[in-house]
Design a binder for this molecule. Structure first.
Ligand code: ATP
Length: 255
């Protein structure tokens, strides 16, 4: 796998680097953000300390997973990023659909296939001068997951054996094109341009779900999609509420 080849196959106009092995592509790009002057895609053949939200880990294998991060510059501060993880989910879903794979989205930041997690998205930020910031968008995508890795993850996960047969450079170029296109649209129009597209793919629409915070149930209700700020709408016994992502987790009740 070669960065220049991926960049040449892509139409995004984004530089691409490939490293053999690293701890976390997100950590690497965050450490380099102050020195970047253009978007950069960093792909690791093997990621040994992949991160999820709130210190959770993302596990992968060099043969069966894609692990990469895209650094993207945003004028304006954090409020500009409202809904970005969900917009990235839409971008991944639309790109995979273009390759013949239907997926669902789970609030706030997971891509599901047949109910199991296929990809994780972790966005971290680094302040830049003048109130601007770098968003580092990390993605782990399962292509083939060996039983041993699934056992270590400790839950059933989804994979894409069909796409695993596709040339990796072409697959990464397609993902980069989808992400860069979505990011440019997000810069112009924000999450409202993505809300209906997210809701069309909402995997848990109408399910009775619980919002958990560190194991405690904060809310329970019927999942009714997201609003234009990317908040999850829940129809509870006290009426409709809108939940901010923060560090809460979502579970189907009784699952
Ligand atoms: P949750 O899925 O528990 O609600 P989350 O969506 O915030 O939490 P992330 O932080 O995005 O989860 O991802 C980390 C979690 O994903 C880990 O705690 C683990 O359960 C799961 N995980 C780790 N590696 C993989 C993988 N390769 N495929 C699918 N799931 C994984």
């Amino acid at each position: 796998m070669n960065g220049a080849a991926i960049a040449a196959l892509s139409k995004a106009g984004v530089a691409v680097e490939v490293v053999e092995e690293t701890g976390s592509t997100n950590a690497d790009l965050l450490a380099r953000a102050a020195r970047l002057n253009a978007p950069l895609l960093l792909v690791a053949r093997e990621q040994t300390a992949g991160r999820g939200r709130a210190g959770r880990s993302w596990l992968s294998s060099s043969e069966g997973s894609l692990t990469f991060s895209l650094a993207w510059f945003f004028e304006g501060g954090l409020p500009r990023l409202t809904g970005l993880p969900l917009a990235i989910g839409v971008a991944l879903a639309e790109t995979l659909e273009g390759l013949g794979v239907q997926v669902g989205l789970k609030w706030p930041n997971d891509v599901l296939r047949d109910g199991d997690k296929l990809a994780g998205i972790l966005i971290e930020t680094q302040a830049a001068p003048g109130g601007a910031l770098w968003a580092v968008i990390g993605i782990g995508l399962n292509l083939v997951i060996p039983d041993e890795l699934e056992a270590r993850i400790g839950r059933s996960v989804a994979s894409l054996p069909w796409l695993a047969r596709m040339d990796r450079e072409a697959l990464l170029a397609a993902l980069l094109d989808g992400l860069a296109g979505a990011l440019r649209e997000f810069e112009r129009a924000g999450f409202p341009a993505f809300a209906a597209r997210w809701n069309r793919r909402h995997a848990w629409q109408g399910e009775t779900v619980m919002i958990l915070d560190g194991g405690a149930v904060l809310h329970e209700g019927s999942a009714a999609g997201v609003d234009d700020a990317g908040r999850l709408l829940l129809d509870t016994s006290e009426g409709r509420i809108a939940v901010l992502a923060g560090d809460v987790s979502l579970r189907v009740k009784g699952a």
